[in-house]
Design a protein around this ligand. Structure first.
Ligand code: SF4
Ligand code: SF4
Ligand code: FES
Length: 344
């Protein structure tokens, strides 16, 4: 099959930049990486990109195809060629480009190292020199985080990192959760304290692009939610983001709604709320916010309260609660799917 590609060529040493088009004759099973190999082999040996395993294991071949981060060895080109599309291939985002599709991974590894990505069990040894025995339920909490291959696709797509390059970022935070959630680790509280600092977990905007682009199902945004839940469960809730989350729970429990008009005084304090009065009034004038008094209470508010009590009675806190919620949601999805099938 004939595959056409447009590739952004760039040389950091000279600043030269150009979008070049190439066409290769590739076998039907070819991936994007195979096509790049053909370009390099037959058309232009100076094209720079990274690769190693060619089977979605090493995480080397991250790049962007039509603006979305992909592993080049995971993308089959058959459909693209059949549609006659000419995709634009460029380097990953949020990392400095060295040459063509090769980025400087040093900032990525700096963030990775900043979360102490290794187990710190302290001096707690299992008795009689035995191994640590851990229940499967405890390991389920960090199962997804352990799948990360450090490819950087999530970092490439992270909105928060774009506006604040010092934000710890999705990959490092997923790695942090891998150890915060490990029952053998002895530094859980110290880790959470650090992650609740400036540029930490609460800086994530919840855009979910990291979940969407991760090729391994790590779901870094979910890992960040777990870190938030663990922090609150441990009483580390001084950040505005944590106060925000706590207020949402309280508001849903008491009224069945998210009372956003009270969000600012409850999370930022009364002084900050007063400073924003003019803005709040302009929103109210345009009907963007309901009047705060009397508080709007949902008709079936007892359902929200009962749900809160059920969750509380089960006593599953922190990350384990999020994992339990994920499983419940997937069961609902399957149930609905089955119902649809029956209705058909
Ligand atoms: S959800 Fe958060 S960590 Fe993930 S890409 Fe968006 S801002 Fe970044
Ligand atoms: S979390 Fe996913 S996208 Fe991010 S580095 Fe790990 S494997 Fe890659
Ligand atoms: S070459 Fe290893 S993940 Fe693509």
């Amino acid at each position: 099959m004939q595959v056409a590609l447009k590739i952004w060529r760039y040389d950091a040493a000279t600043g030269d930049k150009a979008l070049r088009e190439y066409e290769v004759d590739a076998p039907e099973e070819a991936t994007l990486l195979d096509c790049l190999d053909l370009v390099k082999d037959r058309h232009d040996g100076s094209l720079a990109y990274r690769k190693s395993c060619r089977m979605m294991i090493c995480g080397s071949c991250g790049m962007r195809m039509d603006g979305a981060a992909v592993l080049a060895c995971k993308v089959r080109m058959y459909d693209v060629a059949q549609e006659g599309r000419v995709p634009v291939i460029s380097a990953m985002g949020n990392l400095p480009i060295v040459k063509d599709l090769v980025v400087d991974m040093d900032p990525f590894w700096d963030k990775f190292r900043s979360v102490d990505p290794y187990l710190q069990p302290g001096y707690q040894e299992p008795p009689d020199g035995r191994e640590h025995l851990i229940r499967q339920e405890r390991m389920n909490v960090i199962h997804k985080e352990a799948l990360c291959i450090n490819c950087g696709l999530c970092v490439s797509e992270c909105n928060s990192m774009e506006s604040d390059p010092r934000f710890v970022g999705p990959q490092a935070l997923a790695k942090a959760m891998r150890f915060v959630g490990d029952p053998r680790d002895g530094q859980k509280l110290a880790r959470l304290e650090k992650l609740n600092g400036e540029h930490g977990i609460w800086q994530c905007t919840r855009c979910y692009f990291c979940n969407e682009r991760c090729p391994k199902g790590v779901d870094p945004r979910d890992a960040i939610a777990k870190l938030g839940a663990e922090s609150i469960a441990e009483g580390i809730d001084r950040d505005m983001g944590a106060k925000h989350a706590n207020w949402f729970v309280h508001s849903a429990k008491t009224t069945g709604w998210l009372r956003e008009t009270e969000l600012v005084p409850k999370t930022q304090g009364v002084v900050s709320a007063l400073q924003q009065t003019k803005f709040a009034l302009s929103l109210a004038k345009r009907g963007k916010v309901p009047p705060p008094f009397p508080p709007h209470v949902a008709e079936n508010v007892q359902e929200a309260r009962a749900l809160y009590e059920v969750v509380k009675a089960r006593g599953v806190k922190g990350a384990a609660g999020i994992v339990q919620g994920e499983r419940a949601l997937s069961r609902i999805e399957h149930t609905n799917h089955d119902q649809e099938k029956t209705e058909e």
